[in-house]
Unconditional design. Structure first.
Length: 216
């Protein structure tokens, strides 16, 4: 903790000692890493507000099939379960990569990020095949309001995962070229927050879209 007489040079010394005793005096602003993390959480929360609007729209339009197929007829829960397992596993390996970054272990960081990338690509592959299958069966986004809401919500999450993978590869390249500099560690922290948030959103998608949609 800094000397209170330095932080508050024009204050009464007895008052300053009281401030120190009560814990009012502080050690200065938070580190850039902490400030960046909090700032990025604000971005994530704003993203979740957008997804909340998509979820609300999907819930309203769930039964609006316009005489077309419903979720019960279209969704393959087995494939969705595999998708979910891939994304949850990627969250675990992303956490391991973050720990490796904190300990400055380049090999384990690159390995953790590479496995995270593989799981993420597996997730996108299954999702892409699902979309292609639905379109081939005449159940594209223009078939009904229900399908429009489905493709918008799930597709938006898929775009976020795609952006996350590009970000992941960028982080791997930066660590390889420049090492664990403070600015790179801050970006790794933000990436980890983003990736874990995508997992949380997907759990909601799995529950609301697929499980409830299959039962509707």
């Amino acid at each position: 903790m800094v000397d209170a007489t330095i932080a508050y040079p024009h204050s009464d010394p007895h008052h300053l000692r009281g401030m120190e005793a009560s814990g009012i005096a502080h050690s200065g602003p938070a580190s850039k890493r902490i400030a960046t993390g909090y700032g990025f959480w604000i971005f994530i929360l704003s993203d979740m507000v957008m997804f909340s609007a998509f979820f609300a729209t999907y819930a309203v339009l769930l039964g609006q099939t316009a005489g077309g197929p419903s979720g019960r007829e279209l969704f393959d829960l087995r494939n969705v379960a595999i998708e979910t397992a891939f994304l949850l596993a990627s969250s675990f390996t992303c956490g391991l990569a973050s720990i490796a970054a904190d300990t400055r272990s380049t090999i384990w960081f690159q390995l953790g990020m590479a496995v995270t990338c593989i799981f993420g690509l597996g997730f996108l592959t299954i999702e892409g095949r699902e979309f292609a299958s639905l379109v081939a069966r005449g159940a594209g986004p223009t078939r009904s309001a229900f399908l429009s809401a489905f493709f918008t919500l799930v597709g938006c999450h898929g775009l976020h995962v795609s952006a996350g993978i590009l970000w992941l590869l960028t982080m791997m390249a930066q660590v390889f070229a420049k090492g664990f500099r403070p600015d790179i560690l801050r970006r790794i922290l933000c990436f980890a927050l983003f990736w874990h948030a995508l997992d949380i959103i997907w759990i909601a998608v799995f529950t609301v879209v697929y499980l409830i949609g299959s039962a509707a």
